[in-house]
Write a protein that binds this ligand. Structure first.
Ligand code: ZN
Length: 247
């Protein structure tokens, strides 16, 4: 993967070579920078594919998503046509707008904390929900599941998922599982956390589950797992929690 040399923000999808003082200089640009600079030879293809001022931001986001999810194929005009016509499930900062899982057993749901209320409460964790973009998928005392669709801002310098992303997911999943009973008079905070990285992330959506192993009066122990889109385990995190009075 290469980043755009103009904005340094998005994935490059257009590669050019130009001559400077008799030497070839390779350059790579993202779709938005190509569109805005009206790069000859490419802008015509973008326009013909239906890309315009009103959808360029959305298209740029979709490309980020698709490149991380699938990688781009070689034929650029076909790739853009596919983008314009395809409705991907890319939702940056999906938060409480994310669709609820309809498969959830309704009977089970009755005994669980109201997911929307939990999501609204945990919106207060702006680092997890806004900065990182984590979405709460399941929340009940002792168990949670959260998800993340990584974009380029979650990657380290060699294109891997930054270690801090795993930690943020684990810390947040733990907090949701332990503190989703919003009327509880105690709050549990992280005391120690140990991360074991098991295999590299290869793109696509990431999910994280937190499950209680041992509950005590003042402390608790959680096993937290991070999975890729194929349900392969990427990391195992052990968290010790400490219970304190809710202010
Ligand atoms: Zn750019």
């Amino acid at each position: 993967m290469a980043f755009c040399i103009s904005c340094f923000e998005r994935q490059a999808i257009v590669f050019t070579t130009r001559q400077v003082n008799g030497e070839n200089v390779d350059e790579a640009y993202c779709v938005k920078c190509v569109y805005q600079s009206k790069m000859p030879g490419v802008i015509e293809k973008l326009t013909a594919a239906g890309i315009n001022d009103s959808n360029i931001d959305e298209i740029a986001d979709k490309i980020e998503y698709m490149m991380l999810e699938n990688g781009a194929d070689g034929d650029i005009s076909g790739f853009f046509k596919k983008l314009v016509n395809q409705d991907t499930d890319y939702h940056p900062f999906a938060g409480s707008d994310a669709p609820l899982n309809n498969d959830t057993d309704k009977k089970l749901e009755k005994n669980m904390p109201d997911l929307e209320a939990v999501r609204i409460f945990f919106k207060g964790d702006k680092y997890a929900t806004e900065v990182t973009g984590l979405v709460i998928e399941e929340a009940q005392k002792g168990h949670s599941m959260i998800s993340l669709m990584p974009t380029s801002r979650h990657l380290n310098a060699v294109g891997g998922l930054m270690g801090a992303v795993y930690y943020t997911m684990a810390d947040f999943a733990f907090a949701v599982a332990e503190n989703c009973e919003l009327d509880s008079d105690t709050i549990t905070v992280t005391q120690t956390a140990q991360i074991n990285f098991l295999r590299p992330w290869r793109g696509g959506r990431v999910t994280c589950t937190a499950d209680i192993v041992k509950d005590g009066k003042a402390v608790c122990l959680y096993e937290i797992k991070v999975f890729d889109r194929e349900n392969k385990e990427l990391a195992l995190i052990i968290v010790n929690g400490f219970k304190t009075a809710r202010k």
